[in-house]
Write a protein that binds this ligand. Sequence first.
Ligand code: C2E
Ligand code: CA
Ligand code: CA
Length: 409
Amino acid sequence: MVEKSAIRILVLDDEPFMLKLLSHMLAKLEFTSVMTCDCGRVALESFDSPNGPPELILLDLNMPEMDGVEFVRHLVERLFTGSLILISGEDERMLQAAVKLVQAHKIPVLGHLHKPVKPEELAELLEKWTAPSLGSPRAAKKVYGADEVRAAIANGELVNYYQPKVAVATGKVVGVETLVRWRHPQDGMVFPDQFIGVAEANGLIDDLTRVVLDGALAQIKSWEAAGLTLRVAVNVSMDNLISLDFVDFVATQTAAAGVSPKSVVLEVTESRLMQDTRAALEILTRLRLKRFKLSIDDFGTGNSSLAQLRDIPFDELKIDQSFVHGAWANKTLRAMYDASLSLGRQLDMEVVAEGVEDLDDWHLLSLTGCDLAQGYFIARPMPADELSGWIKVWQVRLAEELLVVKERS
Ligand code: C2E
Ligand code: CA
Ligand code: CA
């Protein structure tokens, strides 16, 4: 166990009063290895002392000489490995912007505090930080190599999970999204963020998509045989949209499986800026001509969301989860959510809200008339054979909680 008193903390603020106040609060919380500094330049110089750089910095954003954002840039240059708490008298949006900026540099931010700082808020942030990390450093996420991912695809270690999409007005389960998982023989369940990027970077994404699509098509048939008609979505990477063969490949597989293209939704993410969008445009337009359904995923997070909406005939718009969860209580998120919903409406698209995590989120969708909902509140992604059991449970929940809630409101 690391003692709180051994954690090296730096408080950086140009106001001497704040320095005194914060170190007093820290001392009360038993953090006693605290250094204070009223200027960024001097703080950086202190990193070269025998003690080395601090493990945690409480950083004021507004400082006359070197401001907090500039200070962060110096931290990045020095490969700073500690964490930050941002402090400012600025409004919430300004603080959130600063937090995002620091996180983009891969420096962990424990949180932000408004001036005047309340001791209990500081205590809460520090509690969150020390509780899991004392004594047991978090295990780093494993990064897999191209050969491992190639072998996983070849050996059939990838499995499809499915997450329901439900109609908000009626609760009806209209479809599912296919989310790939890797059942690793040693490491257990591995999530896509640990191997999709590797597959894309090493020319393996076409093979991966083929396996996922084949599995999804077979699944549509077997649900159909059990009396379940579902639209099944598959995620398509921008790297799938480079070669024109992709159209034939999707069309051939779908026909061979005996599935109607109308039952297949292709979810396209726009988070990566494409050098040449002509091929992607052509591929998507041709797939749409063949009656596949096109969905624009993570809407609003990329660089060209509006341009893509203009150029590609999408059937479905998925509002990114970062604009959905908590939008009922946050003015900024709510504006993004409303704008995305209205855009989808005006372009006659079906709108799906992702990241519906609780009843308040669900309520917002219902209030604003969003078409479809997807998220942990409804169901986590699950293996195919759990779906029919889940639907039964869902129907009970609908009758007892959700539709009742709607009637009351
Ligand atoms: P995505 O397409 O945006 O998928 C939604 C992700 O959000 C999934 O993560 C899902 O498990 C998660 N999620 C669902 N509901 C909630 C919620 O209420 N709250 C929160 N916080 N998260 C929720 P997952 O399965 O880890 O997939 C991550 C990403 O990996 C996907 O994001 C998709 O871009 C990519 N991916 C997954 N399967 C495939 C695939 O077969 N091919 C390709 N190219 N990409 C895939
Ligand atoms: Ca998706
Ligand atoms: Ca998404």
